[in-house]
Write a protein that binds this ligand. Structure first.
Ligand code: NAD
Length: 405
């Protein structure tokens, strides 16, 4: 919210609108009774927060985790609002979650929990009102259950009620790679802006999951040199470039990078301060802090993860002249292709992968240019410019619609 406040101040938002945008529209708390395999009923707690729907249906993931709290869900729903607006999608922002440990639930328990949670929040769900997607510990299978439960209640199949579904039942080609692809596109735009060649650019990638591994492969295909990768087992550095095919094969076989021999072992903290051109954090939040930011040597940071940089680190990175592509822009490729999925479901006409990728490239490139232009105009960093752009887009719609107060 401190970043929101700074951007709102620069935009000189009128006090009433400022108050409206600082509050979520709707917060839902539901009990989720679930029949367990032992015949007993357990009651879980679920949340769904619609932060803002002025620009269109709310869009945001569902997570299953023991750490889920209403406060966290509210913050993530606000984040989705700004992310959708920065790439100019006709969506608002939302988020949901159930407090549970999904790793301790059987497949049957997980399905029953998902269906009962969906039934609990069904009044706000819908292609025109609120469209969930996968998030921490939820996946295509969970989305298929959400879609089926909603469809059963509506008495007809409604594919557009969720995104991130299996392709066979209305999912979009290119969705799995979309976030990593978006990171690749904006990294190339940043290099172009800074006059740095793509060929031979050295990159360190933290996190080798969906976002990190795909961004690494696509950037390497463009001619960059990936010199370090990591996952929760630690980091691996190879000055000559990591053999990504070998790393992917290792992950497939061992379910992680542990024991990978294609580079010298380094810690995740060391990876962040390597002498590289681009740093791509794609794992956790709060890894670049006011404590280690002064040691970062990269010229560009592309925030694949959500919230990898703390607010306290921002000014340190600014002083060092590091060009940060902020998360709400850098990792918006995922929600952009979710939007394409929703459009395809509603039209009942599905695009080939090249069309998805070309349209993603168009939106990411244009959004990068929009944020850069604003950052130059107001002499602010890319993060503040991204917040200014998204808040002003949401604010404009509120002004046009009027506040129903
Ligand atoms: P993932 O689960 O596929 O991969 C996460 C990776 O991070 C794994 O390699 C894991 O080993 C690693 N990791 C976990 N703990 C770590 C630690 N302590 N140190 C270093 N590495 C660690 O997740 P993902 O989908 O790739 O998401 C990564 C980040 O990107 C998250 O912040 C997520 O919110 C964000 N994000 C993802 C998407 C998407 O479409 N998948 C979209 C937007 C933002």
């Amino acid at each position: 919210m401190s970043r929101f406040d700074r951007a709102a101040e620069l935009l000189d938002l009128e006090p009433g609108l400022y108050k409206v945008l600082r509050h979520p529209e709707k917060q839902i708390i539901v009990s989720v009774p679930t029949l367990m395999d032992n015949g007993e009923v357990e009651v879980f707690t679920g949340y769904r927060v619609l932060y803002n729907t002025s620009r269109g249906p709310a869009k945001g993931g569902i997570r299953f985790d023991l750490q889920v709290t209403l406060e966290e869900v509210k913050a993530l729903a606000a984040w989705m609002t700004w992310k959708c607006a920065v790439v100019n999608l006709p969506f608002g922002g939302s988020k949901g979650g159930v407090v549970c440990d999904p790793f301790k639930l059987s497949a049957g328990e997980l399905e029953r929990l998902t269906r009962r949670y969906t039934a609990g929040i069904i009044a706000t769900l819908g292609p025109d009102s609120d469209v969930p997607a996968p998030d921490v510990n939820t996946n295509e299978r969970v989305m298929a259950w959400v879609m089926d439960t909603y469809s059963m209640h509506m008495r007809h199949t409604v594919t557009a009620v969720v995104t991130g579904k299996p392709v066979e039942m209305g999912g979009s080609l290119g969705r799995r790679e979309a976030t990593g692809r978006g990171c690749m596109i904006v990294t190339k735009e940043a290099l172009k802006h800074l006059g740095m060649p793509v060929q031979g650019t050295t990159i360190a990638v933290q996190g080798f999951g969906n976002v990190g591994s795909i961004a690494a492969q696509l950037l390497q295909r463009e001619g960059c040199k990936i010199v370090a990768i990591s996952d929760k087992s630690g980091g691996y550095y190879n000055k000559g470039g990591i053999d990504l095919s070998a790393a992917l094969a290792h992950v497939k076989q061992h379910r992680g990078l542990e024991g990978f021999r294609g580079g010298d072992q380094i810690s995740n903290d060391d990876l962040l301060t390597l002498d590289v051109d681009v740093l791509l954090p794609a794992a956790l939040e709060n890894v670049i802090t006011s404590k280690n930011a002064s040691k970062v040597r990269a010229r560009v940071i592309c925030e694949g993860a959500n919230g990898p940089t703390t607010a306290g680190a921002d000014s340190v990175l600014d002083e060092k002249g590091i060009f940060v592509i902020p998360d709400i822009l850098a990792n918006a490729g995922g929600v952009t292709v979710s939007y394409f999925e929703w459009v395809q479901d509603r039209g009942g006409y599905f695009w080939d992968e090249a069309t998805v990728n070309n349209r993603l490239t168009e939106i990411m490139t244009r959004s990068f240019a929009d944020v850069l232009q604003l950052s130059r105009q107001h002499k602010v960093n890319m993060r503040t410019a991204a917040y200014m752009l998204s808040i002003s887009r949401v604010a404009t719609v509120h002004r046009l619609r009027g506040i129903y107060a």
